[in-house]
Design a protein around this ligand. Structure first.
Ligand code: ADP
Length: 256
């Protein structure tokens, strides 16, 4: 049994990339997702690469399920070293048109899900008595609001506030809490964002994507692996003195 990393939303996209990268650093991986098939597929890929990994299917907005996850993953894979609150949802709509159930679901998953993850991980780290690392998925939308992304942006500002607050509060237990702020990373979530944004703005999807690309100084969209490198660094001994920070991984779209 090695050092355990629990990664939520690891069935696809950025979380999947984080799972593969952390396995390279010797972490045993708890692959958490609401979709069983994708979680299972990622575990198969990890095991093929020689990693220890197990799938856990749950909804991160369910507090009890998150606490059970931590207990079960520790029993299955060893002491917790890292908890990555990566699971998240997004929707694109004008404030005046937003469906209340979309708004509530987004806040439940993104804000409460991250809160429960921090709570459950911190309790486990305190019990183990040996410090720990928590890394949260914020976003470029956590530093600057965006038209058509009000609920998403609000949830990501909340996650950055949570990151800073938890970093202060948990520092006495040698638990660091940091966040990553992806810009445009080509995932299923990004495809959906581009499609709906294009539809509302009366653009083609290609035009919408071109507009985004024009904002990226390094001239290409991000990859899950670009984000995974930052998470691996937050998780490493090199980042032992870093806490409460969020790093933009956006190819130079914004500076803050
Ligand atoms: P990203 O661009 O952040 O990678 P994706 O939508 O591609 O976006 O991936 C997000 C992952 O989070 C998906 O695998 C999705 O199933 C997962 N996820 C979303 N909501 C929840 C939830 N409530 N509980 C657990 N996993 C979730």
């Amino acid at each position: 049994m090695g050092k355990l990393a629990i990664i939520t939303g690891a069935g696809q996209g950025i979380g999947e990339g984080i799972a593969y990268r952390l396995a390279e650093d010797g972490f045993a991986i708890a692959v958490v997702d609401i979709h069983p098939e994708t979680a299972k597929k990622v575990v198969e890929n990890l095991v093929k690469k020689g990693a220890s990994a197990k799938a856990y299917v749950l909804d991160v907005s369910d507090r009890l399920a998150v606490f059970e996850l931590v207990d079960q993953a520790v029993a299955d894979l060893g002491a917790l070293a890292l908890y990555v609150n990566n699971a998240g949802v997004a929707f694109i709509d004008a404030i005046v048109d937003s469906d209340p159930s979309d708004v509530e679901r987004l806040f439940d998953v993104n804000i409460k899900g991250t809160y429960w993850g921090i709570q459950a991980a911190a309790k486990q780290f305190k019990k183990q008595g040996n410090g720990g690392r928590i890394v949260n998925a914020a976003s470029l939308a956590s530093v600057e609001g965006s038209a058509l992304q009000s609920a998403y942006s609000a949830s990501k500002f909340a996650i950055r506030g949570l990151t800073q607050s938890a970093a202060k509060e948990l520092s006495a237990d040698k638990i660091t809490v940091n966040a990553y702020n992806p810009g445009i990373v080509r995932t299923a979530m990004r495809d959906a964002i581009d499609q709906k944004t294009a539809q509302i703005k009366g653009l083609t999807v290609a035009q919408q994507q071109e507009n985004c690309l024009n904002e990226i100084y390094l001239g290409r969209e991000g990859r899950p692996s670009d984000v995974a490198e930052v998470v691996a660094w937050f998780a490493s001994s090199a980042a032992a003195y870093i806490t409460g920070q969020s790093i933009l991984v956006d190819g130079g779209m914004r500076f803050h």
